[in-house]
Design a protein. Sequence first.
Length: 218
Amino acid sequence: MAKGIPIATIARLPVYLRALRLLSERGVNLVSSEVLASSTAVRPTKLRKDLSYLGSYGVRGVGYDVDYLTHQISRAMGLTQNWPVVLIGIGNLGQALAGYGGFSSRGFQIKALLDADHTKIGTVVGGHAVRHISELERVVAENSNCIAVLAVPEDVAQAICDRVVNAGVTSILNFAPTVLQVPAQVQLRKVDLSIELQILAFYEQRKSINTTTLSNPA
């Protein structure tokens, strides 16, 4: 747990935050737990329990103040400040991440792009010049409390991860299709697109099997 908040609740807070921002963009000032829960695909009781960890109980018959609840969740998640991000690996995925404009509005600012390919060094991606991976330790020293994003090939991912950890980084987001080993004090999150696609394929196959079974009953 982080400050008494269950891990499952922490995982749902960004979902609530995204829904609240959409409501705010539509000019909605107050939202009931039922409406907010419906827009995030959770039960109202679970949503109210999650938000109670933040000290936010809403007003019976009125609901939650959208802007205030957005601030509460943002503060709890540490998003009221800008977090420096170091992106390592500027292949196709890395370039897409570097060019994504949604980071800055959510509290994250890309500070450096690093790659080992000499043909990429000095090229500008997403407004940042790509620097050589040899500058990793210097970049981390220049950006305290930075978050490292790894979009590197599988065969070098662990070595790069070790360097990142040894440089002092304690938060890592890994896009490489491999399991990385880190010390207990390092927070590691993994995004594996191939696994997510395989899970979707499983459900698609199940739907096809069910449809065939219904069409051809025994």
